[in-house]
Design a protein around this ligand. Sequence first.
Ligand code: AMP
Length: 430
Amino acid sequence: MSEGERFKSPSGTHDVLPPQSARWEEVLRLFASRAGRAGYGLVVQPVFEHLEVFRRIGEATDVVQKEMYEFTDRGDRRMVLRPEGTAPVMRAYVEHRPAVPWKVWYAAPHFRYERPQKGRYRQHHQLGVEAIGTDDPALDVEVLALAVEFLRDVGLRDLTLLLTSLGDATCRPAYLDALRDYLAAHEAELCDDSARRYRDNPLRVLDCKRPQCVAVTEKAPALFEHLCDPCRAHFQLVEHGLDTLGVKYEIAPRLVRGLDYYTRTTFEITSGALDAAQNALGGGGRYDLLAEELGGDPAPGIGFGVGIERLLIACDAEGVLPVPPRRLDVFLVDAVGGEHGGADSALLLLDDLREVGLRADRAYGGRSVKAQWRAADKSGAAYVVMVAPDELSRGTVVVKDLGTGEQKEVGRDEVGAWLRAQIEHLGEGG
Ligand code: AMP
């Protein structure tokens, strides 16, 4: 590692700083609101889990085979930084046995050792929901609608919901045999990875993005056309619910996604504003067999994850969700200084202003009154409140509207409420 690299954020990671981070706050707020209104509660989970939690979710997948940040802790335990969000939630479900349906949401970092490029990082962040304990298609509809409606809340419009069903333990085995036979007949045309793993996990080949595999699988049988009657009926109810809600979707018979646990409803939401190679904003589906894989009793479930970084790139491309302006309401100028209790008056007043809900700030370092006014102008605050000796002795402060230049005296104890009224008025007036 060069000297220059040592104190930079590691490759594939990034710092999110103000004012850009205000968009993150907004995205989180919108997601928490959407999920909360649908009855989902927040889960906060460890960033690392035992290796076993993830090994089960897809031994033949890139995420598990090649991309996990694995390490041995000081107690000789094999650990993994979470590469995805569903297995940890299911681990928690199996561990705590909450009442069902258990509906939760999360906002968490995920770690994958991928080749960093725009929209693909080694630490990215996902917003997601998981709903465990019922295979009612109404829940599929709820989860799908929540994903789409949240993205629309953010302001995105160029969205496509790709939808399929990956069947269940009844219809999938026979299909996998048929797919395996098809791939065996085309083995020589597959990429090395696919040729190696198609016998163990033929579905992965459908997810391979290499042109030769895309070409081979174009004519491969699709599970969607081989669903058993219960899976087909389930899917039709999901379609009906989405149609009723007016949520548009496209059937994508070849969609398999990057992890092995999906059953039945499986989906991805792509953005037309992103480069085709990285156009998935999020995705998810049912994982009705995962609870058993993690040592629990059978418990069907469905969920999705949306990548925050990807979502923000799509927002930039669509020109939505600009950085919200963070204007200060008030800048406090202390014209008394350390003498006559001035510093204390300023300290108390600033605290009072913040207490009543105003965004209030000040200058530091004992700067001259002139320098404080310059700082106030630079801050973009709507008002200045100045604590000055004469006014202070009368129980008042000076208030200046930096927009109009108007200045007046307001009672020290009323100034917070007075400003609030002005600011609310400003807000209403647009
Ligand atoms: P997945 O867990 O693979 O289904 O991914 C869900 C979403 O997370 C994707 O649609 C992306 O928006 C985002 N995502 C996945 N991997 C990455 C990554 N390496 N960098 C940035 N975003 C990612």
